[in-house]
Design a protein around this ligand. Sequence first.
Ligand code: ZN
Length: 391
Amino acid sequence: MRRCWLHTVFFLALNVLSLQVISPVPGEPASTPSIILNNVRYWPASDYTRIVLDLSNPTTYTDKYLPDPDRLYINLENTFIVGSIPSVDIENGLVKQVRAAQNDKQTVRVVVDLTGKANYKIFLLTSPDRLVVDIYKEVSDKQVPHSPPQKSSAAKTPTIVIDPGHGGKDPGAIGKKGLKEKDIVLDVGIRLKRLIKDKIGADVVMTRETDIFIPLEERTAIANKKDADLFISIHANSSRREGASGAETYLLGRATNREAMDTAMRENSATEKSLNELQLILTDLLTTAKKDESLRLAHYVQGNLIENLEPDYKINNLGVKQAPFYVLVNARMPSILAEISFISNREEEQRLGKSKYRQEIAEAILDGIIKYIQSTSSLAYPKEAANISAR
Ligand SMILES: [Zn+2]
């Protein structure tokens, strides 16, 4: 019996090995576990395209931009393609196509054929492992003007992306009474959408309106593709500390403190190691203007979360913080992630379960957005008649 069990273990181990170590040439075993490029996904827009390479393990890569004709190639080290990956025709005026092929025994080369000159940014995400390649038409990121008191005549009606966190197979944090973060934040998001349309008259794009799973990089891609003006990701917090409570609002950056890092690890389903690696390249992925605007937006939203809720509830003001959230990486507009309350806290879970509280939270976020738009010269506030200060 024991021998049989051992045999099974050995057989399983062999199977695991054979999955991890793909030998490119029969009879010539590879010495290190290999990485498989499984798939190429993309989200095209007229001046932006996000390409995602789905990998079986973390890879190392080199990249190079070549002119005449313009193209970008990325070499994925120690990586293999099983079978073949068909080339992807994009033809959106920016990217012609994406080709992936085994370049040599140990390297996959991905070539992005471009229509003309383009900028690009590349970063790795984990759980699952993927390499994100963002391609832009323009030379520099668009600048968002700071807040002069008068509206310019060219002010545009804003497009606001609301991103209810998690969904589908990913429930997010779960409270002690069983409340799921994905359900709570979707409800708040839908309430916020109605309020924005009603009170501001702005265009709203939801990353999800039903209980479906959407990868984090796709949420940002949706916002970039729509050329949105604001990106608001809504989440509920969770902590191992029983007493943890309150609201906080994040923008993308190096983690402010231990708690901020823990929150990012949980929201990204990522390890501290992978987030530290991402933090090292964050400065490449941020522009000062966008960061300043995200900070301003975060302060308005956080300010109203506290101001609106404080009269009726005991609400802990955890302030505005930074952390490396995948969903905010390379968003091309001011973008924030609001942790509206702690679902892990008994009292706050009970509150989150009530529609009155969720409506009040949506109204608080709305008020923060209104203040931001009113103080931003490039954005129009179509329904000027509404008086936010009278609320
Ligand atoms: Zn979350």
